[in-house]
Design a protein around this ligand. Structure first.
Ligand code: PLP
Ligand code: ZN
Length: 413
């Protein structure tokens, strides 16, 4: 890879050759992929990018840690829509607001970006089997992207994973182990199994290439905004790999001169599980917390990528905001009603955070904000019905329809 220098440990600074099956440093630290920005500048221009036909995350190859000969993965991952939402902006009191709907990825979450990268790197490593542990979306995205590429998967999920995500896993033909325990315990069993059988490791905080896949969400947002930098980008946070990837993408674009400043990050977590935001608020280090929220994808009491995530939020001068399950459900309804975007609970947590910051006056009428919806609501219909209610239910009878309208104070026409 001419564009990549090495993997650098975020703890001790040691550098490691960027081999395809690179994992963590001997000191336990997570690695960050370091690029040769001079080389990338010589290869990539905004004009060259604009002329490109590829409508997927692989349109940014010069900024990705893959060999030039590595084929793009089969499913169309990335290039999700960025909608400007003037009505929601007005309702919240923001100058401008955009929603990036990453629930439109092939397996319906942002995790597809990391899983496609895992599949590309597993192929480079000559691996036939990939494994991961996940709260659900990393699992379903890995199973789908691997199935499309003809690779086998072993997947560990906590037993609380929503049925929709488990249905995806079974449909994609993964070998699925539902662990009767927390995400922490699920992760631990997957680690032991990966050690034992030598599978390619798609655990996001261990494999440093995955957040490089996730960073493509930032590259797209900026290209879709014609390189005009918003004041804030809001996203939900669990392990911390996603927000770290988002920040990496922004810093890459800054380093190659495509953007002239950096936005601030908004890190949104659930009140019942916010170890990273708590560390920022308290100005100290993180420590474990219970996993007490309906937003299963961000119910992460022991975040696996705390170092990179905390660094990203701090470096950006970002804001942290914790939202209740009630506020998450309200945001689900609000996004659906004003934007026609259906997010899963963790998917809308960033937007719930934006709403809360607006109401508290911490952001407002002068600010431009991008809110990333990280996963699709169809993955977890039980919580959506919980948030938005049941429909009017009547027999096929006009009199009953009129009565129901009257009862529900619906005036037609
Ligand atoms: C995984 C996930 C997140 C958070 O990503 P982390 O890397 O764990 O911080 C947010 N939303 C959804 C829908 C996810 O699947
Ligand atoms: Zn180290």
């Amino acid at each position: 890879m001419k564009n990549v220098k090495y993997g650098k440990c975020v703890k001790c600074g040691k550098t490691h050759d960027a081999v395809p099956d690179l994992t963590t440093c001997a000191c336990g630290g997570i690695l960050d992929i370091v690029y040769d920005y001079g080389y990338i500048r010589s290869q990539l221009t905004k004009e060259k990018l604009a002329a490109r036909q590829e409508r997927s995350m692989w349109r940014y190859r010069e900024l990705l840690p893959v060999e030039e000969t590595t084929a793009p993965t089969p499913l169309r991952v990335g290039w999700s829509p960025l909608y400007e939402e003037p009505r929601l902006a007005e309702e919240l009191g923001l100058k401008r607001l955009w929603v990036k709907d990453d629930g439109q990825n092939p397996t319906a979450s942002l995790k597809d970006r990391a899983s496609a990268m895992a599949v590309a790197k597993a192929r480079e490593a000559g691996a036939k089997v990939i494994a991961c542990s996940s709260t659900g979306n990393a699992a379903s995205s890995l199973a789908g992207n691997a199935a499309a590429a003809g690779l086998e998967t072993y997947i560990f999920v906590p037993s609380r994973a929503p049925r929709g995500k488990v249905a995806q896993l079974m449909t994609f033909g993964a070998t699925v182990i539902s662990v009767q325990g927390s995400y922490e315990e699920t992760f631990e069993l997957s680690r032991q199994a990966i050690d034992r059988w030598g599978w390619y490791n798609r655990n996001a905080a261990i494999n440093p290439y995955l957040s490089e896949g996730k960073k493509t969400v930032a590259l797209e947002i900026m290209e879709q905004l014609d390189w005009q930098v918003p004041d804030y980008i809001a996203i939900s946070v669990g392990d911390g790999c996603t927000i770290a990837g988002l920040w990496k993408g922004l810093k890459d674009l800054h380093a190659i001169g495509f953007i002239d400043r950096l936005p601030k990050l908004i890190s949104a977590q659930a009140e019942g599980c916010c170890p990273l935001n708590r560390a920022i608020s308290q100005g100290g280090d993180w420590y474990p917390m219970e996993e007490n929220t309906l937003a299963d994808s961000i119910a992460v009491g022991v975040p696996r990528n705390a170092d990179k995530a905390l660094m990203a939020i701090r470096e950006s001068g970002g804001l942290v905001v914790n939202v209740s399950d009630g506020e998450i459900m309200a945001a689900q309804k609000l996004l659906g009603r004003t934007c026609g975007v259906f997010g899963e609970p963790a998917g809308v947590t960033g937007t719930a955070g934006v709403k809360k910051l607006c109401e508290a006056g911490r952001i407002g009428g002068d600010d431009t904000v991008v809110s990333v919806v990280t996963g699709n609501g169809l993955k977890d219909v039980a919580n959506a019905i919980q948030a938005c209610g049941e429909p009017i239910s009547i027999p096929s009878d006009m009199e009953r329809l009129l009565a129901a309208f009257a009862e529900n104070r619906i005036s037609v026409g």
